[in-house]
Design a protein around this ligand. Structure first.
Ligand SMILES: [Zn+2]
Length: 99
């Protein structure tokens, strides 16, 4: 029952369902070199990042509402929609294999 084992993780808000979660449970999206992508780097390019749960429901919501573009303050056309669609497909393949 050591308290030292209970590490408090930084909390971030998922843009799909607007609930907070441990940072490590979320995907981190960033706008890098003109494209949206996941990054595990702690050094943000310019601090603009968005978080999403690692599930297709939250990703679909984020894609359908366009909230990632808003979260990353993107004004021009981006690859966000295609990118999220690809991730959702990947997750559904994994879910099918596991379930
Ligand atoms: Zn979520």
């Amino acid at each position: 029952m050591s308290k030292e084992k209970l590490r408090i993780e930084p909390q971030r808000t998922c843009l799909g369902c607007h609930s907070s979660a441990n940072k490590s449970d979320l995907f981190r999206l960033q706008w890098v070199d003109g494209e949206v992508g996941f990054t595990s780097s702690q050094k943000g390019v310019d601090g603009r990042s968005a978080y999403l749960h690692k599930n297709s429901v939250c990703m679909q919501r984020a894609r359908d509402t366009g909230i990632i573009e808003k979260g990353l303050r993107l004004t021009s056309a981006s690859n966000t929609e295609n990118f999220l669609t690809k991730q959702i497909e990947n997750l559904e393949v994994i879910a099918t294999k596991v379930g």
